[in-house]
Design a protein around this ligand. Structure first.
Ligand code: ATP
Ligand code: MG
Length: 434
């Protein structure tokens, strides 16, 4: 084991004033019970960078069971990686027991390695062992509550200063142990604006297929962190650059490959950029909207094909959505609470084209109208539908009852003029160019 670099309190910038009260409570309480207690991971990293940590993770030599005995508000979670969650209302402090290598045999009750992949990681060890099985050097810095010093076993402080993201140990082996680390590399590079060390970066181009062995539910959780954090556009571009996006969204990647007038790529990029902006402005964002954007192009293509084959629009869209979702779920498991509203957004799109009579007013009252309208705006911005259609709906929402009636009549008149002009009936704009 290498000797750690220890930075005493006066020589670093982490102050207790910037650590949440709940995290401090957990640290002090563990200490009181004569356990080691350290802040570790993103909390330490972000504080040193002058960023506001998303959450605080604690590392200790207490086992999860011992942690549960100390805190009444504690739940043990995870099978692959057992953890204690200490709850303070909605705030959760994650407490992890130091992990070790589990001795010489890599296959026992607590630690299991299959084809190089760690499928169970519950063998406990020392802080030094724990440091080296963390992913990146900058994520392996410990803040010791005993004397407020910083402990660095892996060269994380130097990498933090240099803006360098580096895996601890042999990169290829570390990706094979847990392929999700590839996604984490992209996430931290984008979030922190760090460059990826060449040895850590190289395998990203080759090992994407390892993501096939990751449970779709875990990939969903990871994707949310990737795309919902204010730098989703950069993440999307990097994932594509390394060929990782194709592993997560194979049909979307295939559709992006055959660009027509730049439309699909512009659509996804703008959708992600809008979401990033909303997050930066502290406005609410919903995962189903993002997934609706990411899967729209495969759905739209299939929809077009089914229409050509003579299906009715409602049936065709429903069937296209079902098929694309069923295949997508095998890669990334989108929970029902997100996939249902995502499909509603799609199902409402053809209804924007019906602007006569009572229909538009009725559409306004649909619970998913707002999201579907935002989606329509994006389609217009990226040139998939006429801007005129989106503008009409913008005006219609702002109009009073009298104006709305006039607009609906105008739409009816325009529609019959169009009908007379082009025969047979115009194709839905949903299928134009598809
Ligand atoms: P953030 O919370 O800001 O997203 P984080 O670095 O704290 O970033 P977490 O997922 O909260 O990330 O994990 C906490 C710490 O646990 C990490 O900093 C890292 O030390 C360790 N860790 C998490 N996931 C892995 C992994 N797949 N392999 C190795 N170590 C990991
Ligand atoms: Mg964290």
């Amino acid at each position: 084991m290498p000797a750690p670099v220890i930075v005493p309190r006066p020589e670093h910038t982490i102050s207790r004033a910037n650590i949440s009260d709940n995290a401090l409570k957990v640290l002090y309480r563990l200490r009181q019970e004569n356990f080691q207690a350290h802040l570790v991971g993103g909390g330490v990293r972000d504080l040193l960078l002058g960023l506001e940590p998303k959450d605080f993770d604690v590392a200790t030599d207490a086992t999860p069971e011992q942690v549960r005995e100390i805190f009444r508000n504690c739940r043990l979670i995870g099978r692959r990686f057992r953890l204690a969650h200490v709850h303070f209302g909605r705030d959760i402090i994650e407490v992890a027991t130091f992990r070790g290598s589990g001795g010489e045999e890599a296959d026992d009750e607590d630690r299991r390695v299959e084809n190089g992949m760690i499928v169970r990681d519950n063998a406990y060890g020392t802080i030094a062992e724990d440091a080296l099985r963390r992913d990146f050097t900058i994520n392996a810095l410990y803040y010791d509550i005993r004397d407020f010093s910083l402990i660095d076993y892996a060269g994380g402080l130097a990498d933090l200063r240099a803006g360098c993201l580096r895996l601890i140990g042999d990169p290829e082996q570390r990706y094979r142990e847990d392929p999700v680390r590839m996604l984490r590399a992209v996430r931290f590079a984008c979030k922190l604006g760090f460059s990826i060390d060449p040895d850590t970066e190289r395998p990203l181009f080759e090992l994407g297929h390892l993501l096939e062995s990751i449970a779709p539910a875990r990939l969903f959780d990871e994707l949310l962190k990737l795309l919902h954090s204010g730098y989703g556009l950069g993440v999307f571009e990097k994932l594509r650059h390394y060929g990782l996006f194709a592993q997560l969204f194979p049909e979307t990647e295939a559709a992006l490959g055959c660009e027509e007038h730049d439309f699909p790529i512009t659509f996804v990029s703008r959708g992600l950029a809008n979401t990033d902006q909303r997050i930066q402005e502290h406005k609410p964002v919903t995962p189903f909207f993002l997934f609706a954007i990411l899967l729209w192009e495969p759905v739209r293509r299939r929809y077009g094909a089914l229409l050509e084959a003579g299906e009715s629009p409602i049936e065709a869209l429903d069937q296209a959505a079902s098929e694309v979702c069923a295949r997508q779920q095998q890669r990334v498991a989108i929970p029902k609470r997100f996939s249902l509203p995502m499909r509603e957004i799609w199902a409402l799109q053809p209804r924007f084209e019906q602007r006569q009579g009572k229909r538009p007013a009725r559409l306004l009252t649909h619970p998913r109208f707002r999201a579907a309208y935002d989606f329509l705006l994006l389609r217009a911005e990226s040139g998939e539908v006429e801007q005129e259609l989106a503008d009409w709906w913008t005006r219609f929402q702002e109009a009073n009852a009298q104006e709305r009636a006039t607009m609906a009549e105008g739409a009816a008149a325009r529609r019959s003029r169009r009908r007379r002009r082009r025969k047979p009936a115009a194709k839905s704009s949903l299928t134009d160019g598809g």
